[in-house]
Ligand binder design. Structure first.
Ligand SMILES: Cc1cc2nc3c(=O)[nH]c(=O)nc-3n(C[C@H](O)[C@H](O)[C@H](O)COP(=O)(O)OP(=O)(O)OC[C@H]3O[C@@H](n4cnc5c(N)ncnc54)[C@H](O)[C@@H]3O)c2cc1C
Ligand SMILES: NC(=O)c1ccc[n+]([C@@H]2O[C@H](COP(=O)([O-])OP(=O)(O)OC[C@H]3O[C@@H](n4cnc5c(N)ncnc54)[C@H](O)[C@@H]3O)[C@@H](O)[C@H]2O)c1
Length: 489
């Protein structure tokens, strides 16, 4: 007997959320807070990629690496931290941070906000309809009175290279959950996952080789000096970085992974990590039942409503809409979209004005990101290249962080760089990039400056404490002022 066709359970909710990553959880919390009955469907672990195979475990691996690097730059402390990392302790701590890949804590939280949970794989089955295949083979049919919110995130995108399946390469999942250190690790890609994981595994004992296609350098979406400073530091740490290196094929022979490069070169390693970007988890979501194409990113308006669907019942929030693939942006979108859903369900107009209560304006104007390498990279708003492409009139203000008193205190021989982009028409800050040890915690100040569109004249009154690295703000303002003395047109 086929239980899936006989054991059907039908339920009605105001809101159905597919995917209980950080985004889905926050959508559900907001729609519930608006008084809407809400169910969330999850087919792996509550907390999503971020909690178990992305942000949390990667930062648990990186924190000791960065803390040790910082300590080694403090006179009087260097010798105390000269030894290798305690790898077993680092991996144990990582396991604790991810709750040993158990989600009981999150289940308690969901209960506390009165959101129902159905475990299983959800698929759309026509407008406002969702069919959930549960782990025991039953099907639960859900109907949404108001909204279905797709928050299904992304998985690793791996290129179609001959031999790849047989090699069983690492993706971000293995790179964040591995329980032993490969002797030799190849990292394909030069983006954020690649640089963070190269930093972590090199420090944990692997000999890391980075294979980076093209000549755009590392972190190609950021200011070029960020990738240069990170590359310099990775090389000093012993990483072999090969630019212009494309992998043509891979094979596993006698336990080794052998990568053949497009230029004919070869590399033998114990594991290969493909850190080559993300793909939306929309291939098996039933998109075809509502006229959309499976496997595609879902384009949305600023309230996260899917633009290609009529009647406004479908939202796509977080990574899956491709606006900004970051946990904090997904949660921000979730707050805005969840409140918009609540308002619309009451028959009210959503506030869609720029920076309004129901729109994710920051996705296009002020996305903050910290890359947890040594040195850290912290950036928000436009880069110089993005400003040029958008035809924005900006002035670039650079400052060497090594000249800031707080940086001297922070580390002997501090190396770092800061860039501020000033909108010359409006006299406001539209982009900031900091590179250097400890700059991650400076980023919120830059985010507030960009989001508040505070005139530079007012920022002079935001006095940074002496002697902190945040005095770089004063130096950036002075640099700009000295180029534009009063009275000079
Ligand atoms: C290695 C790595 C490190 C990262 N580090 C950071 C960082 O430091 N800071 C940061 O801001 N971002 C970081 N990110 C990005 C961050 O992980 C994502 O932006 C974030 O997880 C997106 O959240 P989400 O809820 O949209 O999707 P996800 O976290 O992917 O969650 C989606 C959920 O939906 C579930 N699901 C999918 N399809 C279905 C279905 N059909 N039915 C039921 N459930 C389904 C999945 O099982 C999953 O639980 C990192 C990413 C990687 C890969
Ligand atoms: N600290 C953080 O905030 C953090 C950390 C990790 C990941 N993330 C987010 O997760 C997302 C995914 O990160 P990612 O590093 O996987 O993607 P990415 O898009 O940042 O980088 C992908 C890299 O792979 C390269 N690449 C793509 N296809 C390739 C191919 N076929 N062969 C060789 N190289 C190829 C690209 O040129 C690029 O260098 C990003 O949007 C990032 O913001 C954030």
């Amino acid at each position: 007997m086929n239980r899936s066709t006989t054991n059907k359970d039908r339920r009605l909710y105001d809101v159905i959320v597919l995917g209980a990553g950080p985004t889905g959880e926050n959508v559900a919390e907001r729609t519930r807070a608006a008084g809407l009955s809400t169910v969330i469907v999850e087919n792996e672990l509550l907390g999503g990629e971020c909690s178990y195979w992305a942000c949390e475990p990667s930062k648990a691996l990186l924190r000791p690496v960065l803390a040790r690097a910082d300590a080694r730059r403090v006179p009087g402390l260097r010798r105390a931290v000269a030894g290798p990392l305690d790898v077993a302790a680092v991996l144990d701590h990582r396991d604790e941070i991810v709750f040993h890949w158990q989600d009981d804590n999150q289940v308690g939280w969901l209960d506390s906000v009165s959101v129902d949970l159905i475990r299983g794989h959800g698929r759309l089955d026509g407008p406002r309809q969702v069919a959930v295949r549960t782990p025991d083979g039953d099907t639960v049919l859900l109907t949404a009175r108001h909204v279905v919110a797709l928050c299904t995130g992304t998985g690793a995108a791996v290129p179609d290279i001959p031999g790849l399946d047989a090699v069983r390469p690492w993706t971000s999942r293995e790179a964040t959950s591995a329980d032993r250190v490969p002797g030799r690790l190849a990292v394909v890609g030069g983006g954020v996952v690649a640089v963070e994981m190269a930093t972590a595994w090199q420090a944990l004992g692997s000999q890391v080789t980075m294979l980076v296609r093209g000549d755009a350098g590392l972190l190609p979406r950021m200011e070029p000096f960020a990738g240069r400073l990170v590359a310099d530091a990775l090389r000093e740490a012993g990483v072999d970085i090969r630019f212009g290196a494309s992998v043509a094929s891979v094979a596993r022979e006698d336990g080794d992974v052998r990568a053949t490069l497009a230029d004919g070169g070869e590399l033998a390693v114990d594991e290969v990590l493909f850190a080559t970007g993300r793909a939306p988890r929309t291939a098996d979501l039933g998109l075809e039942t509502i006229g959309l194409t499976p496997g595609t990113w879902l384009a949305v308006d600023d309230t996260c409503r899917v633009t290609a669907v009529a009647d406004g019942w479908l939202y796509a929030v977080g990574d899956v809409n491709h606006r900004a693939l970051l946990t904090h942006q997904g949660k921000y979108q979730a707050r805005m979209a969840g409140d918009a859903i609540g308002a619309r369900a009451k028959g009210e107009q959503a506030d869609e004005t720029t920076w309004g209560a129901h729109v994710a304006t920051a996705d296009v104007a002020a996305v903050p990101q910290v890359v947890f390498t040594d040195p850290e990279v912290a950036a928000v708003g436009l880069t110089t290249r993005e400003a040029e492409r958008a035809g924005r009139r900006v002035e670039v203000v650079d400052y060497d962080l090594a000249h800031v008193a707080g940086a001297h205190q922070y580390a002997d021989g501090y190396r770092g760089q800061a860039r501020m982009l000033v909108d010359t028409d409006r006299g406001t800050v539209v982009g900031v990039t900091f590179v250097g040890p400890g700059v991650g915690e400076l980023l919120y100040s830059a985010t507030v400056a960009v989001v508040s569109e505070a005139p530079l004249q007012r920022l002079w009154h935001a006095v940074p404490a002496f002697p902190t690295i945040s005095e770089v703000w004063l130096r950036l303002l002075e640099t700009y002022r000295d180029r534009h003395p009063p009275g000079r047109s």
